[in-house]
Each structure stands twice: as C-alpha cells, then as structure tokens.
Design a protein around this ligand. Structure first.
Ligand code: MEV
Length: 424
C-alpha cells in the first residue's frame, strides 16, 4: 500500500505518538525507536518545547579546542561538530599563534538591522524623505516594544531608508538599527519591524510586505588578528605557501568558498555548541564576503618584515548569550560557562579568533602534507571501531590500515584477528 506523509494534527500528538507514526511509515525497528528517544542531556519534553513535531534528538560529538590565548586571556573552546580533524586543527593552530602572543580582537557594538519593505508608492523618493523626517516617531514606536532591552542600554538607535529599483519597480526599504546588547536579536528586531509597519504604511502611503531582520549584519562585525612566528608555523616555505593560498582565495571565488568554509568549520562548531543560530552566521559570512560585488575571502594572510605570518579576519557575528536555545538547551548553557565569555561582544570576538585559527590550521595542512593524512587516521579509527576493535586495538588497527592505505571494514576485521592474537 502506498504510504502517505500527509497527517493532520501531527503536531498535536506527543513525541511517542509521533514516533509510532514514523515507525510505521519508515519501518523502524524497536531499537531504532529507542535510539531516537534516548535524548540524553536534552530531555524529550524540553526538546518538544523547542521545535515542532519532535520525535527525538540528534546528538553530536562535543570536543574542546585548547591552547587559545585571546587578548592575553586563556579560553577553552567547546565545539560541536561531526567532522574529524577540525578540533585538532584549531587546537594546533592556536598553539602556533600562542607562540606569537596569541590572538587580538575587536568588535563593533551589537547592532542588527531590521528591514521594512514598502511597495506601491507613487513617489518612492518623496516617501523616503517623509520616513527620514519621522525617524523620532518610528524609533519611539520600535522601542516601546522592548522596554527591557532599552533598560539595559540597547534598543532601536537609528533608522535609514533606501529606495531600491527592482524588477517590479521602486521599493522603499526602511532599516531599523537595533542595539541588541547580549541577545542575538532576531526576536527583538522582528517584533520592532512588525510594530512599526503600520506607521510606515501611513507615512509612505505604500503597502508593507516584509518586516524582518537582515542576516547581513554589517553593523555587528568581529575582527581577530595574530602574528605567527615563522618557526612556529613550519618555516619560510610554509609561510610563503599560506600567503600564496591567501592570494589564491582573494582572487578566486571557487577557492574563497572553501577557504571561508574552513574558517566557518570552527566558528559554526562553537555557535552550535552554544545553541546559537548557525544559519544566520553562515548567511551573514558569505554575504559579507560578496559585499564588494565579487565573492572573496574573509581572512588575509601576509608576511611581515621578519618573515613571520600575519593573519586577520573580519566578519559579521550575530551571536547572543541570552534568549532561545542558548538558555533552554542544558548543554549550550554549560558550553557558555566553559567559554567563560561575559558579553555577546566578547563571544563574537572569540568566534572570530576561532575562525582565524581554523583557517590557519587548514591552510598549514594544505600547503604541507595535505588534509587527507589527518582525516584518514580519524576515519581509520572510526572504521576500526565499526569492525569491532576495542581499547588499544583501535589505534593499532587504525595505524596499520593508514600505513597500508587500506581503510576498509573487512581489512580492519582481519587485523583485529591478527593483532588481537599476537597480543594475547
Ligand atoms: C574542510 O572541511 C575544510 C578545508 O577544505 C578548508 C580549506 O580548504 O581551506 C580544508
């Protein structure tokens, strides 16, 4: 019989009832259902309140990036990620950077932009002038929505208006600039944008459609930079290789996408571990990389007069320490405690440093041995475990498979037999 995924009231069921439906639909075994509902440190009822249609939770490994010295302060970096080598590469790069005095960082105030789209005005330029003139009234209306934010020194602080020319004619985009303090800010900004929309319609005579935050957070930037002594990074040739990799990424969008992905590997792992919105960070990072009209790299690596490596990165960083999953997810709370950051700005700067470290780790491996060696040894360990190796046999089997360049479960099984018997 043909199965249907069309269910009315699925959301009204509890997680167990929903899972019964999924079990039937997908032919899951009892063990598979148990695995789904074994949600560990994220209790099922909590997960059920976080999103819709919950049937379980999805655990990821949580690793610790070590060796990070940022503005002369030591940090441990919690990283949630499925990809092998990322945590090791970040820690290794942070160790090299430490030899040059660690990372230095800065950031702009935590200002997000909320956009209100008005269409259908007779004269969009005249409407723009009227919106700018009503700035005080619009900001007042916006700030009435969030007295708490205002009480901690945040709130809507400025307004801009732009006429854009689209395939459907002129539109007026009013932009609220909102200081979100320690929140990521999407809720505050979206509430404000929705609240001022009727006012914008009255002032412009147009029709408002979209009222939403922009993830291109150009007013909320984080920067990190560092000097890496040439000997710490592997010598003059490695410095030269990294500088030329940087020039490659700056000039070529195909390379820049991967170069930036390398930096985001680290940033997103921390963003995930802390329950922040990683899609917002990725959207912002890539849009920022393309802001000058062509997509380019977010970081730059150069050589100084000493022959040492100088690296820097700048990108939007809309992260928070309050609100959403940051507070509700028990592991996110612990991750923030481990990080020890006190403000969203400090957090954003640490993330920029992590991105720069991750980028350095990837480039150093790429210009030297390539990334497959590191990847392969972790991959081989996974295969050894899957084949049934335990304890010290895991490393022995993995190392042998890497040496032989035969990383397969059948070979791992043979090796478990061979090496296991010689060890008895
Ligand atoms: C892999 O996840 C990330 C790298 O491809 C980044 C890079 O190429 O710079 C290694």
């Amino acid at each position: 019989m043909k199965k249907s995924s069309s269910v009315s009231g699925f959301y009204k069921l509890n997680p167990k009832e929903r899972l019964a439906f999924v079990k039937e639909f997908a032919g899951l075994s009892d063990e598979e259902c148990l695995l789904l509902q074994n949600t560990g440190s994220l209790p099922l009822d909590l997960a059920d309140h976080m999103i819709e249609n919950v049937v379980g939770a999805f655990p990821l490994p949580l690793g610790m990036g070590v060796n990070f010295l940022i503005n002369q302060q030591d940090y441990l970096i919690p990283m949630a990620i499925e990809e092998p080598s990322v945590v090791a590469a970040a820690s290794n790069a942070a160790k090299m950077v430490r030899k040059g005095g660690g990372f230095h960082t800065s950031s702009t105030p935590p200002i997000m932009i909320g956009q209100i789209q008005a269409v259908g005005m007779k004269d969009a330029d005249a409407a723009k002038l009227r919106v700018l003139k009503a700035k005080g009234e619009i900001l007042k209306k916006a700030n009435e929505q969030d007295p708490v934010l205002a009480s901690v020194g945040g709130g809507a602080i400025d307004l801009d208006a732009r006429v854009i020319h689209t395939s459907l004619g002129a539109m007026l985009i009013t932009e609220l600039h909102v200081d979100c303090r320690d929140a990521m800010g999407a809720n505050a900004v979206n509430t404000m944008a929705e609240a001022v929309a009727p006012l914008i319609e009255r002032i412009t005579g147009g029709r408002v459609y979209l009222r939403i935050i922009s993830n291109l957070a150009t007013e909320r930037l984080a920067r990190a930079w560092c000097t890496v002594p040439k000997d710490a990074v592997g010598g003059e040739d490695v410095v030269h290789g990294i500088v030329s990799a940087s020039a490659f990424a700056a000039a070529d969008p195909y390379r820049a996408a991967t170069h930036n992905k390398g930096a985001l590997n680290g940033i997103i792992a921390v963003v995930l571990a802390t329950g922040n919105d990683h899609r917002a960070i990725e959207a912002g990072a890539h849009a920022y990389a393309a802001l000058k009209g062509h997509y380019t790299s977010l970081s730059v690596w150069e050589k100084n007069g000493n022959g040492d490596l100088l690296g820097s990165i700048e990108l939007p960083m809309a992260v928070g320490l309050i609100g959403g999953a940051v507070r509700t997810h028990p592991i996110a709370n612990i991750a923030i405690k481990i990080l020890g950051v006190k403000t969203a700005n400090e957090f954003a700067e640490v993330l920029a440093a992590v991105g720069l470290a991750q980028n350095l780790g990837a480039l150093r491996a790429l210009v030297q041995e390539g990334i497959q060696r590191g990847h392969m040894s972790l991959h081989a360990r996974n295969i050894a475990v899957a084949a049934g190796a335990t304890e010290e046999l895991i490393d022995l089997v993995a190392e042998t498979m890497v040496k032989e360049r035969k990383i397969r479960v059948d070979r791992a099984r043979e090796l478990i037999k061979e090496l296991g018997s010689t060890r008895r």
